[in-house]
Design a protein around this ligand. Structure first.
Ligand code: GLN
Length: 474
């Protein structure tokens, strides 16, 4: 059921009660929520909102990086464990104005740094399709709350693939629009040149609707675009006639799983049958092998700078020492987990004066080459496509993947190309591999969200997988 239907079928009180009840009932199994927000004031406030507003009385969830005045926003970290937002993020304001009822904050990898959701201060988030498997991250809480039917839409952020990977693992739609399309004001940053705000929904139409509500120029975010927002939902159409779709052959070649490859091939055949011109494209293989190291250097360097203010004095829980420096060291030592510390070491290393040219600037140059390569391909095709993951969600204790293999470096990490470039990118359900959901990912040129959503709708119609709800069962 899409959001428009939901509004027709159930009263505000019914849909909010149902979401709140489910969010509590599933917490023991999924561990997806970091904090719950009492919705009564927001419901009361609906009297000032036009009942025709797109999200009127629709329950939604914010990733725990998004500020909402008077609520706890921890970034799923220890250091901001009791941080209360003094103001609303722009997207929070926009959601409120559209009538949405925010019922809580969802778990994520600490400050969005990770792909497993196992680094959240409140513990791992479970995948509703198999509770012994991970949700994926970093926006894992938001993904499973949509997948399990708690809310029809949840906010995520995506710096490397943090919306589009968990969407794949949870059989839902995950949209990361163009850099600058949605304001990031009031969203705790990870890496500012790569960070994007986006959404999880159970169908493409709801993703289009959500984008319409969230997008637009915001003077409080200097990176936000002046381009007008289109009527994405109204203009949605799945006509593929003449659309040029490029299969990223490097990703296909790096995938071992036959089931994934077969599903993908079937889908491409269907898109061809619908009139699309489907062809293989090749990105520079050497550059693709450099995606992850390039990403880690840039992302961690920016994260190190962004999080320098979390020292117990300016922000964060203070652990007092005998001097200011000792207090900062103690606060940061207590407030960050192992993975973040590791990343701050990498980030600091890249930013040392003596390393900057050799490490940080070099990564920026490689990033430029990657973007040029993608641009070249997007002159030949309208959209590039490939499976969003080589298989379903891994088990929590899975260490089997060789992190130097092409399968890992390319097939599991190529989606960062949409962060390097800032181009819009969407994951849509593709099918089931070994009984687990796997998605397909599409990326197109800057600010071509309408085109991207249209092709995504055609994919959705081809697979027939939409509006899926998986209740967690032991
Ligand atoms: N998995 C990537 C990382 O660990 C991506 C995270 C993200 O997109 N926020 O940095």
């Amino acid at each position: 059921m899409d959001i428009t239907k939901l509004k027709e079928m159930k009263s505000v009180q019914e849909r909010v009660d149902e979401a709140v009840n489910k969010s509590h009932a599933y917490q023991a199994d999924l561990n997806a929520m970091v904090s719950f927000i009492d919705p009564s004031e927001q419901i009361e406030n609906l009297k000032h909102i036009d009942p025709q507003a797109p999200f009127y009385g629709v329950p939604v969830v914010l990733k725990d990086l998004v500020n909402m005045k008077g609520t706890v926003t921890t970034g799923s970290s220890g250091i901001l464990e009791n941080y209360v937002s003094p103001y609303d993020a722009t997207i929070t304001e926009k959601l409120r104005a559209a009538g949405a009822i925010i019922i809580g904050k969802s778990s994520c990898d600490t400050f969005g740094m990770g792909g497993t959701n196992m680094t959240a201060w409140t513990g791992p988030v479970m995948n509703p399709y198999d509770l012994t498997r991970m949700s994926g991250g970093s926006s894992g809480g938001s993904a499973v709350l949509v997948a399990s039917g708690v809310v029809p839409m949840a906010i995520g952020t995506d710096t490397g693939d943090s919306i589009r990977k968990p969407a794949s693992y949870n059989n839902i739609v995950g949209l990361k629009p163009t850099y600058g399309r949605i304001s990031r004001y009031g969203v705790i940053p990870y890496a500012s040149s790569l960070d994007h705000v986006g959404v999880f929904t159970r169908n493409v139409k709801d993703a289009a609707l959500s984008l319409e509500v969230l997008a637009g120029r915001d003077d409080k975010d200097m990176t936000s675009s002046q381009l007008p927002v289109e009527a994405y939902a109204k203009l949605l159409n799945s006509d593929l006639e003449g659309k040029r779709i490029g299969i990223i052959q490097n990703v296909i070649d790096a995938i071992q799983n036959r089931e994934t490859l077969n599903l993908f091939k079937d889908l491409c055949d269907q898109l061809t049958a619908k009139g699309a011109l489907v062809q293989s494209i090749h990105l520079d293989e050497k550059l693709m092998h450099a995606f992850l190291p390039t990403y880690y250097i840039i992302a961690n360097a920016e994260a190190t700078a962004n999080h320098a203010n979390l020292d117990g004095l300016r922000f964060g829980v203070l652990h007092e020492g005998n001097s200011m420096e000792e207090s900062m060291i103690r606060s940061r030592t207590a407030g960050f987990g192992k993975l973040l510390k590791k990343r701050f070491v990498i980030g600091s290393y890249a930013l040392f004066t003596e390393n900057q040219e050799e490490v940080f600037r070099k990564a920026q140059k490689v990033r430029r080459l990657i973007v040029e390569d993608l641009k070249r391909v997007l002159c030949e095709v309208d959209v590039v496509i490939a499976p969003a993951s080589a298989q379903g969600a891994p088990k929590f204790d899975d260490v089997s993947i060789d992190q130097l293999s092409s399968e890992y470096l390319i097939a599991e990490n190529y989606m960062a190309l949409a962060n390097f470039s800032g181009y819009p990118s969407i994951t849509v359900p593709m099918g089931y591999v070994d009984g687990l959901p796997v998605g397909v990912n599409l990326t197109s040129a800057a600010f071509t969200e309408q085109l991207l959503l249209n092709v995504a709708l055609a994919v959705e119609e081809s697979t027939g997988i939409k509006d899926m709800i998986k209740e967690p069962k032991r």
